[in-house]
Design a protein around this ligand. Structure first.
Ligand SMILES: Cc1cc2nc3c(=O)[nH]c(=O)nc-3n(C[C@H](O)[C@H](O)[C@H](O)COP(=O)(O)OP(=O)(O)OC[C@H]3O[C@@H](n4cnc5c(N)ncnc54)[C@H](O)[C@@H]3O)c2cc1C
Length: 348
């Protein structure tokens, strides 16, 4: 375990926001992670795990907050019992992009649509990371965790993880540290059947078709880039946490009320009596268009769901903008938008 001298959190996040931690340490082995968490437990110390910093909004003055940077490495591909299935086990600190690339190189289908998502593998179970019709829950076979309550290391099965839309057992809980994630993927030259209309259209094919893995991955990255959703130091629209708000899920009654107030709102069925409404549409129609905001913080000029920090702003300014948007949508459509990133030391 290594102590980091500069205790400023901002450079460790994709937003470039966040004040000084009381301490920052870097964990490069599972043993480091476990011993640091035991130590925080003994001291009853508030501590935060941070990996890629691409899904956190950290206060300008986070107070007595210790940070552990997860920098564990390790990636192993092994044949599973079934001849076409391959197990891919990655340490929590591995970058998701590196794992996706390794799977593409090995001709494994199941994560091609996750190309271009920043951050670590260990964080993917938190909010069941997903994009363009795939989510990590589709391919997770187990998650190796350290359980702080039981002070022990074990594996959780996919059903133990209780994955939902941008949710899981891990979200909102500090009980578990994810040490490694094991995926079960299929050997295939072709992608999974396409489930996202815009992606199929971009590839000039139909929903349900399967296309060469590399073509799908590069189409996803090109679509993401056009929306400022691929990190690019030269593009201020990518200084974000990706989508700031989740798409609200509504039941039958709320759907009727929403359609009466907003007849054009895009709704996608996600199960019996449940629909996902487009948060981007609600935000835009409530009067918050692309580029809206005071300047140092603003809505992305390419994507209404991303709140960005081009520079010179603060977390307080970003959170004030998020509140204004949330309150505007609530007043116009009666829908309460929920933030997608983890808020540390701040409230919306
Ligand atoms: C430009 C951009 C585009 C994005 N696009 C998408 C997208 O398409 N789909 C999507 O789902 N997300 C997207 N995101 C959000 C983000 O990339 C993911 O949520 C990612 O999984 C976060 O990984 P991280 O390592 O950066 O997590 P961090 O931001 O470091 O941490 C996020 C949370 O997870 C916790 N955490 C991290 N690692 C562990 C661990 N090993 N064990 C326990 N807790 C842990 C942290 O304590 C924190 O609460 C995007 C973000 C950006 C900036």
């Amino acid at each position: 375990m290594r102590a980091v001298v500069d205790r400023t959190i901002a450079p460790l996040t994709t937003l470039g926001l966040g004040g000084e931690a009381s301490e920052i340490v870097e964990a490069s082995t599972d043993e480091d992670i476990v011993s640091c968490l035991r130590c925080w437990g003994r001291q009853s110390r508030p501590g935060v795990l941070l990996a890629g910093g691409s899904n956190v909004v950290v206060a300008d003055a986070p107070g007595d907050t210790a940070v552990m940077l997860l920098r564990t490495r390790g990636l192993e591909l092994r044949r599973s019992g079934d001849s076409t299935a391959v197990e891919v086990e990655a340490a929590a600190g591995e970058s998701l992009q590196d794992v996706v690339d390794a799977c593409l190189d090995a001709g494994l289908a199941g994560v091609e649509c996750l190309s271009g998502i920043p951050g670590s593998v260990g964080a993917t179970p938190m909010q069941n990371v997903g994009a363009y019709g795939q989510e990590i829950a589709d391919v997770v076979s187990s998650v190796k965790v350290y359980d702080r309550e039981l002070d022990t290391v074990y594996r959780m099965t996919r059903s133990d993880c209780r994955f939902g839309h941008r949710s899981s057992a891990f979200r909102g809980s500090s009980r578990w540290a994810v040490l490694a994630v094991t995926l079960c993927l299929q050997r295939s030259r072709l992608s999974d059947p396409l489930r996202y209309a815009q992606l199929a259209q971009h590839l000039g094919t139909a929903l349900g078709d399967r296309m060469p893995l590399a073509d799908v991955a590069s189409a996803v990255v090109s679509l993401r880039r056009s929306k400022g959703m691929v990190l690019d130091p030269a593009d201020p629209d990518t200084r974000s946490v990706g989508s700031f708000f989740t798409n609200p899920v509504v039941g039958a009654g709320q759907r009727e009320r929403l359609l009466a107030a907003a007849p054009g709102v895009p709704l996608f069925g996600i199960g019996p009596g449940r629909w996902k409404a487009s948060a981007a549409w609600l935000i835009e129609q409530a009067g918050f268009g692309r580029g809206y905001g005071p300047g140092p913080v603003r809505i992305s000029t390419k994507h209404t769901l991303a709140l960005t920090h081009p520079g010179g702003g603060s977390t307080e300014m970003l959170v004030a903008l998020a509140r204004e948007i949330r309150d505007g949508v609530l007043a116009t459509y009666g829908i309460l938008l929920e933030p997608e990133p983890v808020l540390i030391g701040v409230e919306l």
